[in-house]
Design a protein around this ligand. Sequence first.
Ligand SMILES: [Ca+2]
Ligand SMILES: [Ca+2]
Length: 232
Amino acid sequence: MKKLTWTLLALSLAACGPLDETEQPLEEQETEQALEAGCASVDATLMTTHACTHASNSADNVNVTTSATRVATAPDISARHQHYTLNLPSGAEGSVTYTPVAVTSGTSTVESISFYLSQNVAFAVVDTTTSAVVPALISESVSAASCSLTQARVYDLVVGRKYLLAAGPASGNQVGLVPEYLYDNRDRFYRDQDGDGYGTNTPVYRFACEAPTGYVKQRFDCDDTNPAIFNC
Ligand SMILES: [Ca+2]
Ligand SMILES: [Ca+2]
């Protein structure tokens, strides 16, 4: 009787096909985390939809009265998992401060961060240590369903250093902002050589940006040289 139970279980598992995506453990990544090569867009990503959940959740909203001048004593918006409503001086830019922490590892010195904005306003990131304006590595429009965030600006920032974020002027003198660490939002992609939309189980490419060319989110291609064979 026991043997029959196991046989039935095995048959039912086989009938289910490949196991769920979540069952494969994530591999550890190297400790450095400057923006990865090939990262050109964060639009259609887990990170953007995640930022949108904060933007849509009133419990995550924090109203901030920004500073009218770019000073290091401007209000701080470093806390994670928040949507900040920045209230700007009328017709002018407003400033806040942001200090990244190490999330990639306990010793990471640089973190890649995407600032999502609700308007295409002027946005400057200034290093308070060097007074230099930090160049955006990605600056693009983003689009997600039912989401107020329409812009993304990605920077590599030094852990523990205070930055000034100057935004505006903005329509209505108000702009929404959600900061996200790229490391917190990595996704798994699998190589799809034969173009059937299914990737091999390995190698796994981990990325917070849009999928690299030739990689897909769906795995379970046991023959990645034959597009007629997939989901196996
Ligand atoms: Ca394939
Ligand atoms: Ca295939």
